[in-house]
Write a protein that binds this ligand. Structure first.
Ligand code: ADP
Length: 625
């Protein structure tokens, strides 16, 4: 009963797998089914036609019929072989394509996940484990199509085999054949059929057992793949290369890697492959060979007794041998099916990760008058899995068209404040309101559209400059130009031969250009400008800029922001002087609010403390800002 439930569960999981793959590649399974039919039937066609020709040659000797069989055999086998080859080729290509498309399922899921879910380490681990299972033994979603292929091929093979061998059992040895008449006895026939079934099942079980041992080592293999993924490609990481050379890290890497070799010949996996896996796999093959021998003996004895002619021996022996190997494949496949169910469980666990964030329904049009008012009302927030409040009882209100600066020491909660504002997370306590309405009530995409943010760890992609700025291949070049010039990238752009078509980075194109940290930041600022959102947020965007470039950006900041609301996070207080209002963060709270002069006049306040510390630094060691 338990077995039945397990198989039903495994079948349901694999059916879902087929559905998921069929969704991304609708042509694949119909073509694969056709290919399976041809692959399964072709060996029996060969057996059937050779048997007919042999019958004519050995027994009946009718010349015209012999020619007919030969012509029919050549035509049918030729056509079927050509079709099989075409289908195999097509399926092969579609299988590669399916690999990419299947990856898109995961990529789309990653993009659709709540940001807070995406950041959870366990979800990253789950995704990494799915990748490793696939790379390690081909387990998971891609194994589903292999299982389908072997299932359809074996079932059709068995049916074809039965069609060609029924008469082996029904044809009787004549009564004159002496002791060989025992072959006609129903008990003998029943025992032979049972023996064939038992041996096929046992052979399948051995094959399944050898598969199971592979999956038993999935954990070790996962670790092996992780080590390989990390250490095997460490030399490709440009940022690491300097440290590797300066501190001889290659010695550390190779020592650690050889000490932890998971796939080595003397590793547990290597020993097991030589030992149990090899024994079980070869026992399966031995039993099948014995079974084939039994069928040959049975067929030859019947022919010897006069049940049929020599021509039929080819048909029965060939068909029965092919059928045994199909039964062997089908029973072995049950083991693979069960093993893969465990891996599929992980896959669907990831694909079914729920989104907990409330999806609002209120639409939010971009207003031409930019009249938006944001309010944080007693907001507190802890990162998932953390006990520490990253923000505590934050209250702040800011209007459209204003300039708000956020300052504070590292770790005081500035970036977290921006992440909540952009609704990458929802607060555990309090509310964030846009024009008096809780932001959770707005449609998420609409809400996100009103923000342009340049985070400290922004990312550009290996695509042309213009597409990077516009976030699309389709863009208005004049606007992109203007955004780049406003962000201070004008001179560099003028020196680029291919202008906006210049590829960034060399990963995908030899003509690509490498940009410095400061230049990349300017491009990221241009991207935020191009989006033309009512709120523009710069989260310490000038960290990699030299003081002159920084001064340039700051002096243009007011102009750049225009009638947008600008929120500006900086660790350099001097750059916030022009802001209408400055919020001072300290230990997850807003401890002061006001203009630069107001805050500075409070001699015991945090702002004054930070200002004096920085002013001292600039006057004593560095004459810049
Ligand atoms: P700031 O921008 O002022 O430097 P952050 O807002 O980045 O500070 O961080 C505020 C607090 O939240 C810090 O204690 C930091 O360690 C913690 N924190 C930041 N990001 C995460 C995260 N993804 N998961 C857990 N804690 C985080």
């Amino acid at each position: 009963m338990k077995e039945k439930v397990r198989i039903r569960h495994a079948a349901a999981m694999h059916l879902r797998g087929i559905k998921e793959l069929h969704k991304v590649s609708p042509k694949f399974f119909p073509l694969l089914t056709l290919q399976c039919i041809f692959c399964a039937v072709l060996p029996y066609m060969a057996v059937f036609f050779s048997a007919q020709i042999l019958k004519e040659l050995a027994d009946l000797r009718r010349e015209d019929i012999l020619w007919n069989w030969a012509a029919a055999g050549v035509l049918c086998m030729g056509a079927a072989s050509i079709l099989k080859a075409v289908l195999q080729r097509r399926c092969h290509t579609l299988r590669y394509d399916l690999w990419d498309r299947k990856e898109m399922l995961f990529v789309r899921k990653m993009f659709a996940l709540d940001f807070s879910e995406l950041e959870k380490q366990e979800n990253y681990d789950l995704r990494a484990q799915i990748c490793q299972n696939e790379n390690w033994g081909g387990w998971g979603l891609m194994r589903v199509q292999k299982i389908y292929e072997s299932f359809v091929t074996s079932v059709i093979g068995i049916l074809s085999g039965i069609a060609l061998t029924v008469s082996l059992f029904t044809s009787s040895v004549p009564e004159t054949a002496g002791w060989l008449v025992i072959l006609n006895h129903p008990i003998f026939l029943l025992m032979s059929a049972m023996l064939m079934a038992a041996v096929s099942i046992a052979a399948g079980k051995f094959s399944a057992a050898s598969q199971k041992y592979w999956s038993d080592y999935a954990e070790e293999a996962t670790l092996g793949n992780r080590l390989f993924g990390h250490f095997g490609f460490i030399g490709l990481n440009k940022e690491r290369n300097i440290d590797i050379r300066m501190y001889h890290q290659q010695n550390l890497v190779s020592a650690y890697w050889s000490a932890n070799s998971v796939f080595g010949a003397d590793s547990p996996i290597g020993k097991m492959a030589r030992g149990k896996i090899g024994i079980y796999a070869s026992m399966g093959v031995c039993i099948t060979a014995l079974m084939t021998g039994f069928i040959y003996v049975f067929t030859c004895l019947k022919a010897w007794g006069g049940a049929f002619g020599a021509g039929s021996i080819t048909q029965y022996a060939g068909a029965a041998t092919a059928m045994v190997s199909n039964v062997f494949a089908l029973t072995g496949f049950m083991g693979v099916l069960e093993t893969n169910t465990g891996y599929l469980k992980k896959t669907f666990e990831f694909l079914d990760l729920p989104n907990a964030m409330c999806q609002g329904s209120l639409t939010l049009e971009k207003r031409s008058d930019c009249q938006y008012e944001i309010e944080f009302r007693d907001v507190s927030f802890r990162y998932p899995g953390s006990d520490i409040w990253a923000l505590r009882h934050v209250n702040i209100k800011f209007k459209a068209d204003s300039r708000l600066a956020i300052v504070g020491e590292n770790g005081s909660g500035k970036t977290t404040f921006i992440k909540l504002l952009c609704r990458l997370y929802d607060p555990q306590e309090g509310q964030i309101l846009l024009n008096g309405i809780d932001i959770r009530k707005y449609r998420y995409d609409d809400y996100r559209n009103i923000f342009s943010v340049v985070f400290q760890d922004f990312q550009l992609i290996c695509q042309p400059l213009g597409a990077n700025v516009a976030g699309s291949m389709d863009y208005d070049p004049d606007r992109v130009h203007k955004a780049l010039i406003d962000a201070g990238f004008g001179d560099r752009l003028a020196s680029m031969e291919k202008g906006l078509d210049t590829m960034l980075y060399k990963n995908l194109s030899e003509d690509g250009i490498e940009v410095s940290g400061g230049e990349a930041q300017k491009i990221a600022i241009a991207r935020a400008l191009y989006k033309d959102a009512p709120f523009m947020i710069l989260d310490e965007p000038t960290a990699a800029l030299d003081p002159i470039a920084e001064a340039e950006i700051y002096s243009k900041f007011n102009e750049i922001a225009g009638d947008r609301t600008a929120i500006y996070i900086s660790h350099r207080l001097s750059s916030c002087k022009f802001c209408d209002e400055i919020a001072v963060f300290h230990e997850s709270r807003i401890v002061q609010m006001g203009s630069h002069n107001e805050l500075l006049s409070d001699k015991v306040g945090k702002y004054h403390e930070l200002w004096t510390a920085q002013a001292q630094y600039y006057t004593e060691q560095n004459p810049c800002p």
